[in-house]
Structures are given as structure tokens and as C-alpha cells.
Write a protein that binds this ligand. Sequence first.
Ligand SMILES: Cc1cc2nc3c(=O)[nH]c(=O)nc-3n(C[C@H](O)[C@H](O)[C@H](O)COP(=O)(O)O)c2cc1C
Length: 348
Amino acid sequence: MIPWPILRRVLFCLPAETAHDLTIAGLRAGLGPRARAQVDPVLALRLWGKFFANPLGLAAGFDKDARVMAAVGALGFGFVEVGTLTPRPQPGNPRPRLFRLREDRAVINRLGFNNGGAAAAAERLAAFRVRHAGAIVGVNIGRNKDSADAVADYAEAARVLGPHADYLVVNVSSPNTPGLRDLQGTDALAELVRAVRAARGATASPVLVKIAPDLADGQLSDICALARSGGMDGLIVANTTLARPENLRSAHRNEAGGLSGAPLMAPSTRLLAEAFAELGGRVPLVGVGGVASAADAYAKIRAGASLVQLYSALIYEGPGLPRRVLEGLVQRLRADGFASVTDAVGAG
Ligand SMILES: Cc1cc2nc3c(=O)[nH]c(=O)nc-3n(C[C@H](O)[C@H](O)[C@H](O)COP(=O)(O)O)c2cc1C
């Protein structure tokens, strides 16, 4: 493989989305690592009746169309979340729509659910399942921008994709589809999750909800109350933020869209800890936002995350990042005397 410092220099000469497309093409062509490495059993866990070799996953948005799941696994990730997928294909917003904030180790995107549609992804997922039994793949679903009935869209995506998903994610938190975040309101969310559960098929994949870090006062409590009452099987905290911290330095800081990466670590981890306190450990949480090191991943776990995801840091740290995070996690768990990663969930 080309050494990361050189590859990074080449990729950073290109527009961000071109670099992303090239990365996906490279992974599809088999240019990534081939084999999964052995992982320390201290990192293994069971959730929703499924075995995860480790708790670190690739967050939604990198492999939107379910094209490089095997390659992502070979990087060391214990699971991958594909999507967001909508029932029908759609192009997303006009380019440019993806920006690196290099000085801030951050990204702004306003992609707008560009994807090839649920049916095409379902075919790829079915083929992947045949060859990679045991790999864990979550499927993140959303609505088409031009659809008149949001609930029907999520239900349709769940119907098509549910049979291929280890878990489904109801994404009501992307800032780039007008009106989407309104679905985080209690009544709308309850109806939506009910519809997805009814549509997901006989496999009855767990249904998670992915929330925004920019919630109104009381909104997290309402969502957690719904989760506690059995409405959902997990929460993903959190999506990108519309906030723009004052200390951002990059020229692109005022681009419209969702901000991710390092500036999201502190606020999303605070929200995660609040959700953990609200839920009393009864509903599993997935912590995502700004993870760029083992210390960050461990902080999410100690704040209450059973699983951790990352995306933006890969752009800056490269394909060796997942393995470094996992090695550092093992060291930290052992140093603190935990026999299993599950014992550390919420310990902080
Ligand atoms: C380019 C890009 C595209 C994304 N697309 C999606 C998406 O389609 N669906 C979704 O739920 N989250 C999406 N996300 C959000 C990530 O899954 C994650 O929640 C967020 O980026 C915070 O994690 P990070 O700081 O590790 O990137 C996207 C993020 C980025 C950077």
C-alpha cells in the first residue's frame, strides 16, 4: 500500500468529494488491506443478540451505497453502517458540497442524501451476506427529498432493506434535507418508528434512531422517554451539527451544512452522557462525533456508548486509524482493570 503521508498529500490536492470517490474506487479495486486482523477478545461484545468482534464502527455516510463493506472490515472496524439510503435514487445537492476544514480537523457536508436507492443497495447487501457471514452491517435509512409522505418513505426503505440489516437506523437528524429534523418531535418520531417496525419484515432487525446534537431544551428527555417505553432498540448520538464554534479557523467554516470531526467531540459526548443518565443503561447507545483516537473512543464508552463510530478522522488520520484506536482501547481497558469492554460502558 502507498504510505499514508504520501497518499494524504495526493488526496488533499483534490476536491474533497473527488478524493472520497477515488477512495471508494480504490477500496472497490482491492487496494486496501485484504484480511481481517485478529482482535483482542477483551473488545468483543454481544448486542441485540449479535456478536461484535470489537465496538468500533464506520459511521454512516462513507459507504452510502453499500459498496465497500468487506474492505471496511479489513481496516479493522467491527461493523459498518451503510447509507443513508432512500427508497428511490437521488442526486443530492449541487457540488461543491463537501469541505475539509484542515486547521480544525473537521468537515462540513451538505451532500443531501445522494445515493443510488434502496433496491440497488439491497441487492449488494444480499450478495455480501452470502460471502461474509458474521459481518455486522447496519443500514441507515431516510426519506427522498421530493417525497410527499416521509413516513411512507421510511417504511418503504425498511421493507426493502430490513431483511439485509443487522440493525436499521432511522435517520431524522441530517441537517441537509429540509424538514427532516422536525421528525425528532415526540409524536412524529413515535409514529415513524412504529411504521418502520411494522415494515421491517420477519427478520425484525433492531430499530435505532440517530439524533442531532442540536436539540431544543427538553427534546432529549422526550426522545429518551420514548426509547424507555420500548419504542426503539437504541440511539445513535449524534449526527453532524449546525453549530459553528467560534474557534473554528478554516476558510470553509461558514459553508452551509453539517459540521463533523474534532469540534464535535465535546458536545456530542456531553449529549451521550446525558442520554445515558436518562436511560439508566436500559437502551444501548452508539457514540459518534469527533472520535480521532483511542482516548476519544474510550471517553465515549465511559460516557455510556456500547458501540462507537467515526468517519471524519479517517480523512485526516488515514486507514491505519481503526487499528490504532483498537490497540489503544485494549491498553486502556486492561490498565483500568476491565475484563470486557462492556464493563466499561458508562463507567465514567
Ligand atoms: C461526508 C459525510 C457524510 C455523511 N453522511 C451521513 C449520512 O448519509 N447519514 C447519516 O446518518 N450520517 C451521515 N454523516 C454523519 C456521520 O455518520 C457522523 O454522525 C458524523 O460525521 C460525526 O462523526 P465524525 O465526527 O466521526 O465524522 C456524514 C458525515 C460526513 C462527514
